[in-house]
Design a protein around this ligand. Structure first.
Ligand code: AMP
Ligand code: GLY
Length: 424
């Protein structure tokens, strides 16, 4: 089978790494990919949001399956684009329909879906510029800290958590009236703050049945002790030690089952990953957000623990036969540490030569995130550069191994957090 994977990050390298291990994968294309995917697949320089270019590639290369890594092509409707095109309709796309992708594309849609299906989540209301005053009044009914969320996609930056009421009102006005996050903040969801520890649950669905993948926890802040600016994620651990069987059972019964049922009730086509961002409040799980793709860097710990053939899983999803697959998970823990360019998540430089990759890849798996290959040299090409994944009998052992391997890698101004797992 010839497969096309869209995306270019560590998530895509980890998915590509897993798919090329399948006997069913004859050829893998990654668009646009990075230096890591280049070494195991064929990179094609196409923007995943340029659907006509994607179509051209799929038709000329006779691709049999398309897997979508990031959210924006999904929110832009790539699933429907294939379904509604006579030449493409028979080619399965792993991902939700445009409607389903609204679970990530619109915070308000997600909150309405959660409430309608009685899934535990923070109390909320949503506002536009026309009812700004009502927004102020709703803020006054809440206790600090105040949580403001731009409704639309804002590259992970659209959530503000503010301690001061006056400040929260100012920011609400900035978002609604002064378009702080552009069109994404035309509407704002204000919700009650939930206090607890976060984790992520990953679900695969074919629209009829579902399978739960291993849990993972990521570390979003740039600084040690979870301080400083938010990033895409600086490291991840799987499984999550505090996700006991009893807690996982609550997640499945109260959240996963009603989510799948809710999609069916609303006739929302969904053949792909659901990433449920959760917070553990006391002993109970609450949904913070849905994403309609895998997490990054969570994929870099989830894929290494998945023993089942990923291409077989995707085929089963396409045929709506996911219930016939059994998902096997490696008992070992996996951890990943993200190596980033100095300055990230603000301004940083690119084009730095990376050394030590081969040496580090012996005891760990080095997934590339922001890299490119130039004259046979691997250069940095993004804020998040490499995700260094290791296995261990315990997560502590795996983390120690990742730090060991990181010591072999170097590039100018590299940075990584030295405390991944500190709170477990
Ligand atoms: P989101 O983009 O919705 O995942 O929000 C980004 C981050 O903001 C989450 O990972 C949480 O750390 C935090 N967050 C969002 N909503 C809440 C909430 N209701 N209570 C506490 N923290 C929240
Ligand atoms: N690591 C969080 C995300 O992928 O959204």
């Amino acid at each position: 089978m010839k497969i096309l994977l869209l995306g270019s990050g560590g998530r895509e390298h980890a998915m590509a790494w897993k798919m090329v291990q399948s006997e069913k994968c004859n050829q893998l294309f990654v668009a646009p990919g990075n230096a890591g995917t280049e070494q195991i697949a064929k990179n094609v320089s196409i923007n995943p949001n340029d659907f006509d270019a994607v179509k051209n590639l799929v038709v000329t290369e006779n691709i049999n399956l398309v897997v979508v890594g990031p959210e924006d092509p999904l929110v832009n409707g790539i699933y429907d684009f294939f379904k509604n095109d006579a030449e493409l309709a028979h080619i399965p796309v792993i991902g939700p329909s445009k409607k389903g992708a609204q679970l990530e594309g619109s915070k308000e849609f997600a909150k309405q879906f959660l409430v309608k299906n009685n899934i535990p989540t923070a109390r909320y209301e949503s506002f536009t510029a026309e009812n700004l005053e009502k927004g102020y009044a709703f803020l006054e009914t809440l206790h600090p800290p105040y949580v403001l969320k731009a409704d639309g996609l804002a590259a992970g930056k659209g959530v503000l958590i503010l301690n001061d009421l006056a400040n929260a009102k100012d920011e609400l006005k900035n978002m609604l009236v002064d378009a702080k996050f552009g069109a994404a903040s035309t509407k704002v969801v204000i919700e009650a703050f939930l206090s607890g520890i976060e984790l992520s649950c990953f679900v695969l669905t074919d629209g009829k049945s579902y399978k739960i993948l291993p849990t993972a926890k990521d570390y979003k802040r740039i600084g040690e002790g979870d301080t400083g600016l938010n990033t895409g994620g600086m490291g991840a651990v799987s499984p999550v030690p505090f996700a006991t069987p009893e807690f996982l059972e609550k997640i499945e019964e109260r959240i996963v089952k009603p989510t799948i049922q809710g999609l069916q009730n609303d006739n929302i086509e969904y053949k792909g990953f659901i990433f449920i961002g959760l917070i553990k409040v006391g002993e109970d799980p609450f949904v913070i957000e849905y994403n309609v793709r895998m997490g990054d860097p969570e994929t870099e710990v989830v894929m290494p623990r998945l023993k089942t053939d990923l291409v077989e899983i995707f085929e089963a999803i396409a045929k709506q036969e996911l219930d016939k697959i059994s998902i096997e998970i490696d008992e070992r823990a996996a951890t990943t540490i993200m190596m980033v360019s100095g300055g990230y998540p603000e301004d940083y430089e690119k084009g730095k030569e990376i050394s030590g990759l081969v040496e580090a890849n012996t005891d760990s798996i080095v997934f590339h995130a922001g890299t490119k290959l130039e004259n046979n040299k691997v250069l940095t090409n993004g804020g998040r550069v490499l995700a260094v994944t290791s296995y261990g009998k315990t997560y502590q052992e795996a983390i120690a191994q990742s730090y060991n391997s990181i010591n072999k890698i170097s590039f100018d101004k590299m940075y990584y957090r030295k405390d991944i797992g500190f709170d477990l």
